[in-house]
Design a protein around this ligand. Structure first.
Ligand SMILES: [Mn+2]
Length: 241
């Protein structure tokens, strides 16, 4: 395969548990399989179901850290954006796994097309309680204190944060159209790719007279392990075999 035809691969919302799981096996198969032919792999958040600290993460997800590192050493750059579940993933795990941590949102060049990448939760502005929690939990001082709490307390906080979205109406858990329009206008891109909502789709939009598209990545569940392949010829959703 020539260098120019190698695709960029993007995936999000695998929600890998810290217990044995077929999804974890599938992710390892992805890393040791199709990812090896990629020009880069972007992990757009919620790779892990929850994250209470890098020390626990390195212990619980040792096979994933090792497989990510193998892939990086094979020559495939690995980029990671934080999700709302794994936003505490830090420099120690990133170093061990060979991940480059990215800001959210961030414009990257994907096969010649400037593309705004995000986990997506920042645009779910109708969920006011979640946005308050997001601002608080991303605060450096709050994170400094959290890292020093006993493990059980950190687990308690993570568990509460996970349960927060289960009783809310579906509409407020999706992205807000105005927030998306503002992001397209502010960043001037023609394409946004994000995850988080578990509503895989391609939305064609017209913003300020420009034709743009918002692509939502699929979450992983059961036998459905999907990633997005991007090269000069376009975008394709792929199922892991
Ligand atoms: Mn999420």
């Amino acid at each position: 395969m020539s260098a120019t035809s190698r695709p960029v691969l993007l995936l999000s919302d695998l929600h890998l548990p810290n217990a044995p799981s077929p999804l974890r096996e599938r992710f390892l198969a992805f890393l040791d399989g199709p990812a090896r032919d990629a020009v880069a792999v972007y992990l757009l958040g919620d790779l892990f179901e929850y994250w209470i600290g890098d020390a626990e993460g390195l212990a619980d997800y040792a096979p994933e850290a090792a497989a990510l590192r193998r892939l990086r050493d094979h020559g495939v750059p690995l980029y990671f954006q934080h999700g709302n579940r794994d936003f505490m993933l830090g420099a120690a795990f990133a170093r061990a796994a060979g991940l480059t941590l990215l800001a959210d949102p961030l414009i990257v060049d994907l096969a010649g097309t400037p593309t705004l990448l995000s986990h997506g939760d920042v645009w779910c502005t109708d969920d006011l309680a979640y946005q308050r929690w997001r601002r608080f939990s991303r605060n450096r001082l709050a994170q400094f204190i959290y890292r020093r709490l006993p493990r059980r307390w950190r687990q308690g906080v993570a568990g509460k944060a996970r349960g927060g979205s289960t009783r809310k109406p579906a509409a407020i858990l999706d992205v807000n159209p105005q927030a998306i329009a503002q992001a397209f206008a502010a960043h001037g891109v023609g394409r946004i790719i994000h995850g988080h909502t578990h509503r895989p789709a391609v939305h064609a939009l017209t913003i300020d007279g420009r034709e743009v598209e918002r692509l939502v990545l699929s979450d992983w569940h059961d036998r459905h392990c999907e990633y997005l392949e991007v090269d000069a010829s376009g975008l394709r959703r792929r199922q892991l075999r």
